[in-house]
Design a binder for this molecule. Structure first.
Ligand code: MEV
Length: 306
């Protein structure tokens, strides 16, 4: 029987986390660490083999949505494999969701655009988490570097081909929902203060968008550190993340910030090639683990012949 193999990339938030949940834009890059999904039709019941998927509900819910919408049966076997640990916060759930949607689209020969995949994937995210901007689903579907507005109101692919980043894992797994809820409580309690922070972050995102396209790394780095200071004010950074960012800057990075919800996961530092090793060493000395990934990776793609 026909077997489909696809892969979808993980992501790293570049600018605008948290504010993007509140109708502001963000910038995200897809990364070379991918999740592979293979799907085939079977005569038996629905079977999943997804050892590295943190929350198997993403697999079940995605298939459920697809079955309801396109009236497909239960005889499916789905297997996933991951290049990366779900601990890093690279968006393994969103990559799995998009991978399965694309795999099912191919298997059943449906004509669905990347935006259709995004819309379906975002519904899955909301059904399971009840919150989130959907930027990670967009990164997995479209790939590259995206300028993204909450819920996919704008998804714009930027002409950025490479990004000189070093990625450091803090060793602590963050829980995105808890952090988003915590920021939500702050928003309720001190609305005007938090709105002001979100507006400043949105301004940074707009400027960073232009500077990224122009490869003005010095300025992009400066904006990263400025974004980090605002994330500290939001209360989502940690001592460890701050220490790693400071160490990277001291070792010559153009700038550094946490990437994602905060509370752990990864930080990113923008570097020149000459400073790469020094920044990597500084991050390691600060207790981080350097994760080797390429940025600007391709979105979900067919792997059936590879
Ligand atoms: C988490 O990686 C990024 C947040 O902005 C949440 C979201 O956009 O869904 C905190």
């Amino acid at each position: 029987m026909k077997k489909i193999s696809v892969s979808a990339p993980g992501k790293l938030m570049l600018f605008g986390e948290h504010a993007v949940v509140y109708n502001r834009p963000c910038l995200v890059t897809a990364v070379s660490a991918r999740i592979k999904v293979s799907i085939e039709r079977t005569s038996g019941d629905f079977k999943i083999e997804a050892p590295q998927v943190k929350d198997v509900r993403f697999v079940e819910e995605t298939v459920g949505f697809f079955q309801k919408k396109f009236k497909i049966g239960n005889g499916l076997a789905i297997k996933t494999e991951s290049d990366f640990s779900c601990e890093y916060g690279f968006g393994s759930s969103s990559a799995v969701t998009v991978g399965i949607l694309e795999g099912l689209r191919e298997l059943f020969n449906l004509s669905l655009s990347k935006k259709d995949l995004f819309d379906l994937g975002y519904k899955v995210t909301l059904a399971i988490q009840g919150l989130g901007s959907g930027f990670d689903i967009a990164a997995a579907a479209f790939g590259g570097v995206l300028y993204f507005l909450t819920a996919g109101k704008v998804i714009e692919k930027l002409s950025v081909k490479s990004l000189p980043l070093v990625v450091g894992y803090s060793g602590v797994k963050a829980d995105t929902s808890t952090l988003v809820k915590r920021v939500g409580l702050g928003f309720k309690a001190q609305r005007s203060r938090i709105e002001k922070i979100f507006n400043e972050i949105a301004q940074i995102v707009e400027e960073a968008k232009k500077e990224l396209i122009e490869k003005n790394w010095l300025r992009v780095g400066y904006l990263m550190s400025k974004n980090q200071a605002l994330l500290q004010k939001l209360g989502v950074s940690t001592k460890k993340l701050d220490k790693m960012c400071q160490a990277a800057e001291k070792a010559g990075a153009f700038g550094a910030k946490l990437s994602g919800a905060g509370g752990g996961d990864c930080m990113i530092a923008l570097i020149s090639n000459e400073k790469k090793r020094a920044v990597e060493r500084a991050i390691e000395r600060a207790g981080g683990k350097v994760i080797k990934v390429q940025t600007c990776a391709e979105g979900v793609r067919d792997e059936s012949n590879g």
